[in-house]
Ligand binder design. Structure first.
Ligand code: NAP
Ligand code: F7E
Length: 340
C-alpha cells in the first residue's frame, strides 16, 4: 500500500516541490485547495504534476472541510504548509492572517488528533518568529523568540500549538523553523522573485526600473527544493522534534541585486532601482542567519544549492517566462499593489 500524504498549501511554492518529492518516492499525494474564482495550479503545472495530485476542496478556516478530508483520507503524513505567508500583508490583514495561520493550524491538528491520530504532522514554522533576536548574530533552536509582525505572531501560536499537541497528546508533531527559501516558483511579491522578474524585464526592454523598500536587510536564502527534503526527513525520524533549516550564510538585498543583475551582464544596477517608501515595513527584521547544525547532525540534511546558483536559476526561469509571455495580453503587476 502506498503511503498517503496530505498537504495543506499544495498550490504554493513549497507544496508544489513537496508534492513532486513525495510522488517520486511513491506516495499518494492529497492536497487541500481553497475555492478561488481563478484556480491557481501554475506551480503544479510547471512541475508537470497537476494530474498526479489528488485535489480536495476545503479551507484552513473551515474546520468542517478539514475534518471531512482528514477523516476520508486517513493520511499517515500531514504537511501543514497553508498560510497567508506574505509578511507585508499581515499588517493590512492581521485577523485573516491569524485565522488562517494560527486557527487554521489548530483545525488541522484537531482533525489529525480525531481522525488520523497515528499520522505524523509537520508544521511550517518560520525564522520570522525570532524577530531581531540572535545569539552571536545567528539563530538556532534555543534563540529566544520575539515576533515583530502579525504574520510572525500567528506563526508563533501555530508553533506552540504543535509543540503542545505533541506534549499533551503524544502526537508525532514536528515544527520546522525554516529560513527564507526561494525558487523559480516563488510568489512574485517576495523580494527575490520581484527582483529576478524585474531584472528579466529590464534585460528584455520591457521595464526600466524596480521599486524596492529597504535594501539593507539581510536574509539567509536557500533553495526551496532542498528545504522540502528536510520536511520529509523530519517525519522519518524515530522521535518528533523541531529543527532549524537554513544555509548558515546571509546576504543583503543589495547582494541579491548584485547577483541578479550580474546574471544578465549588468554590473551597475543602481540606475535601475527606485527606493519607494510603500515597500518599507512598520517593523523590520534586520538580519537573519540560521545555525543548522542540529539538522545536519540528526537529519543528515544540508543545503545543496548555493546562493549564486539559486539567483541565476531564478533569473533564467524569469527570462524564459517573459519570452513565452510576450504574446499574453495581461499580467499581474506587483508594483501596483500597495506594500508588495
Ligand atoms: P505560499 O507560496 O504563499 O503558499 C501558501 C499556500 O497556502 C498556497 O497554496 C495557498 O493557496 C494556501 N492557502 C492560503 N490561505 C489558505 C486557506 N485559507 N485555506 C487553504 N489554503 C490556503 O507559501 P510557501 O512559500 O510555499 O510557504 C509554505 C509555508 O511555509 C507557509 O506556511 C509559510 O508561511 C511557511 N514558510 C515559508 C518560508 C519561505 O521562505 N518560503 C519560510 C518559512 C516558513 P492559494 O494558492 O489558493 O493562494
Ligand atoms: O522580504 C525586504 C523586506 O517579502 C525580505 C516569507 O516567505 O520569509 C519570507 O518573509 C526582505 C524584507 O520575505 C522589498 O523588507 C525590500 O526585509 O521577500 P520578503 P520575508 O518578509 O523575509 C519568511 C521566512 C517567511 O516565513 C515568510 O512567509 O526584503 N524588501 N524591498 C522587500 N520585500 C518585498 N517583499 N518587496 C520589496 O519591494
Amino acid at each position: 500500500m502506498p503511503n498517503k500524504a496530505f498537504i495543506t498549501g499544495v498550490t504554493g511554492q513549497d507544496g508544489a516541490y513537496l508534492s513532486q518529492l513525495l510522488l517520486n518516492k511513491g506516495y499518494e499525494v492529497y492536497g487541500l485547495v481553497r475555492r478561488l474564482s481563478t484556480p491557481n495550479y501554475w506551480r503544479l503545472e510547471e512541475l508537470g504534476i497537476r494530474d498526479k495530485v489528488c485535489i480536495l476542496e476545503g479551507d484552513m478556516t473551515d474546520s468542517h472541510s478539514v475534518n471531512s478530508i482528514v477523516k476520508s483520507i486517513r493520511p499517515l503524513e500531514v504537511y501543514n504548509l497553508a498560510a497567508q505567508s506574505f509578511v507585508a500583508t499581515s499588517w493590512q490583514q492581521p485577523v485573516l492572517t491569524t485565522e488562517v495561520n494560527a486557527l487554521g493550524t489548530l483545525n488541522v491538528l484537531n482533525a489529525v488528533k480525531l481522525y488520523s491520530p497515528e499520522a505524523r504532522f509537520y508544521q511550517a514554522s518560520t525564522s520570522e518568529m525570532y524577530g531581531n533576536s540572535n545569539i552571536n548574530n545567528t539563530q538556532d533552536e534555543h534563540t529566544p523568540l520575539h515576533p515583530r509582525s502579525p504574520y510572525a505572531i500567528s506563526k508563533l501560536a501555530a508553533h506552540w500549538f504543535t509543540i503542545n499537541y505533541r506534549e499533551s497528546f503524544g502526537m508525532f508533531a514536528c515544527s520546522g523553523i525554516l529560513f527564507n527559501h526561494e525558487s523559480p516558483l516563488r510568489g512574485i511579491e517576495f523580494v527575490t522573485r520581484k527582483i529576478t522578474d524585474g531584472v528579466a524585464r529590464i534585460k528584455c526592454g520591457l521595464s526600466d526600473h524596480i521599486a524596492l523598500g529597504n535594501l539593507d536587510a539581510k536574509r539567509d536564502w536557500g533553495f526551496a527544493g532542498d528545504y522540502v527534503e528536510a520536511m520529509w526527513l523530519m517525519l522519518q525520524q524515530e522521535q518528533p522534534d523541531d529543527f532549524v533549516i537554513s544555509t548558515g550564510i546571509n546576504h543583503s538585498i543589495r547582494d541579491f541585486l548584485d547577483a541578479a543583475f550580474s546574471a544578465v551582464g549588468i554590473s551597475n544596477w543602481e540606475p535601475y532601482i527606485r527606493q519607494d517608501p510603500r515597500f518599507m515595513r512598520p517593523a523590520e527584521l534586520h538580519e537573519l542567519c540560521g545555525k543548522n547544525s542540529k539538522a545536519q547532525e540528526k537529519l543528515g540534511w544540508r543545503p545543496k544549492v548555493a546562493f549564486d546558483e539559486l539567483v541565476r536559476m531564478m533569473v533564467e526561469a524569469d527570462l524564459k517566462r517573459i519570452e513565452k509571455e510576450s504574446t499574453a495580453k495581461t499580467r499581474y503587476e506587483p508594483s501596483l499593489v500597495a506594500g508588495h
